[in-house]
Design a protein around this ligand. Structure first.
Ligand code: SF4
Length: 357
C-alpha cells in the first residue's frame, strides 16, 4: 500500500523545533492520528516527520515500514507499509536508490537480497527477532542430512544465511500455499513451530517442525482470549498464527497481519481485538474509526528500537547499510523469489525438479 504525502513541506524551518510552519505542514497527518495519539506527543514527533520527509527526497530514498511500527512512523514518514510479504514485493519494485527499512534486521536483509544494487539502511542494527535468532545455517544443513530429500520451507523471519540453505521461503500470509505448491509428502518447516503446526492442519503433507517461537506472540494465552470474550460482548478475536495452538483455537479468525486488515475491512465488526503486536491495532484503527479496537499490549522490543530520531540519523549519515555476502544473497534470493512466484506455478515445477535430484 502506498501512502501519498500530500502536505507541502516548508522550504526552511528551524531545525527540529515545533514551529507554526511545522505544525501546519503536519496537521493533516495529526488529524488522522488524533484518536490513537495524545495531542501532547505531536510537538515531539512533528519536526522529525518534516525533516525526514524532506531528507528522503534529497537522498532519493524510500521508507518501508512494517505493520508493527508506531503510528508516527507508519502514518508519518512511511512510503510503503505492510507485512513482510508486501515489503519484500515493494522493495523489488521501487526506483529509489536508498531503502530505509523500518522493521527488524531480517527484513532489511531480505530487501538487500532482492535489491543488491540499492543501498538498504536499517536505523538500528540491534533490531533483531527471536525467531530469526532461533536457527542458524548450520542447523539447516544438519536437518538436511537427517531428512535427505525433504524440501525446506523457511519463514521469512530468518537470516539471509538460513534462507540461502532453504528451498523456498514463506510468510504467514502464504505459508499454506507455499507448502501445498511443493507437492511433497514431507516438508521441513522452519523456524516457527506454531505457524508450522497451523499450516500442518491445512495440508496433507507431514510437517517436520523446529522449536522457534516469537517472543511476542507466544506470551498470549487461551485464557486471555476467554477474558476478552467475557469482558467485551460480541467481540471478534483475530489472532496471528505465530500464537500458540490453544490461542488459535479460541480465535474467530486466524491470519497474517495483512489478512487481519482485510478481514476487518470486509466484515466491519463493531468491536475487535487483534492478538498480535500492539502497534498494529493503533495503525489499523486510524482507518476504521467506527470500529472499537480493544488493544492488547504485547510490544515487540526489536520493532520498537526503530524511532523517528534514529530514522533521521540513518538518512543523515546513511547508516546502517545492510551487507549480505553476494554468494549467500544469490542463494537466498532464489528462495525468496520462488516464494514470490507461488501462484504462478513455478514452485511446483521447482519442487518436482529438486525432489528428483
Ligand atoms: S514480533 Fe516476533 S516475529 Fe516479529 S520481529 Fe518481533 S520477535 Fe520477531
Amino acid at each position: 500500500m502506498t501512502i501519498p504525502h500530500t502536505f507541502d513541506l516548508p522550504e526552511t524551518f528551524t531545525h527540529l523545533e515545533y514551529t507554526p510552519e511545522v505544525a501546519r505542514a503536519t496537521a493533516p497527518i495529526f488529524d488522522r492520528l488524533r484518536d490513537v495519539m495524545p495531542e501532547i506527543e505531536w510537538p515531539v514527533h512533528a519536526p522529525y516527520i518534516v525533516e525526514i520527509n524532506q531528507l528522503k527526497r534529497q537522498r532519493n530514498a524510500i521508507i518501508l515500514a512494517h505493520n508493527y511500527q508506531t503510528p508516527e512512523i507508519f502514518h508519518g514518514v512511511a512510503d510503503i507499509i505492510g507485512d513482510s510479504l508486501a515489503l519484500a514485493r515493494q522493495a523489488e519494485q521501487t526506483d529509489a536508490q536508498v531503502i530505509v527499512l523500518c522493521g527488524v534486521h531480517f527484513m532489511a536483509e531480505t530487501a538487500k537480497v532482492l535489491c543488491p544494487d540499492k543501498t538498504v539502511l536499517i536505523p538500528d542494527l540491534d533490531a533483531g527477532c527471536s525467531l530469526a535468532s532461533s536457527i542458524t545455517a548450520e542447523d539447516v544443513r544438519l536437518l538436511r542430512q537427517r531428512y535427505p530429500g525433504v524440501p525446506v520451507v523457511t519463514y521469512v523471519n530468518t537470516s539471509a544465511d538460513v534462507k540461502a540453505e532453504s528451498d523456498i521461503c514463506c510468510t504467514s500470509a502464504n505459508a499454506v500455499d507455499v507448502v501445498e505448491s511443493l507437492g511433497s509428502d514431507h516438508v521441513i518447516f522452519l523456524p516457527d513451530e506454531f505457524l508450522g503446526r497451523h499450516v500442518a492442519q491445512q495440508t496433507k503433507a507431514q510437517v517436520i517442525f523446529w522449536k522457534g517461537h516469537c517472543e511476542v506472540h507466544e506470551r498470549f494465552s487461551a485464557n486471555d482470549l476467554r477474558l476478552y470474550r467475557a469482558q467485551y460482548p460480541n467481540i471478534q478475536i483475530l489472532a496471528h498464527p505465530e500464537c500458540p495452538p490453544d490461542v488459535l483455537a479460541e480465535a474467530d479468525y486466524v491470519g497474517s497481519t495483512s489478512g487481519m486488515i482485510r478481514h476487518v475491512d470486509r466484515k466491519r465488526p463493531k468491536r475487535v481485538v487483534m492478538i498480535t503486536e500492539c502497534s498494529m491495532s493503533d495503525n489499523v484503527a486510524v482507518d476504521f474509526p467506527q470500529i472499537e479496537f480493544i488493544r492488547p499490549c504485547n510490544l515487540c522490543p526489536h520493532m520498537k528500537r526503530i524511532t523517528l530520531p534514529k530514522i533521521l540519523s540513518s538518512l543523515e549519515r546513511m547508516q546502517h547499510p545492510v551487507v549480505v555476502d553476494p554468494v549467500v544473497a544469490e542463494r537466498a534470493r532464489r528462495a525468496v523469489e520462488r516464494m514470490l512466484q507461488v501462484g504462478r506455478g513455478s514452485a511446483q515445477q521447482y519442487a518436482a525438479r529438486t525432489l528428483a535430484d
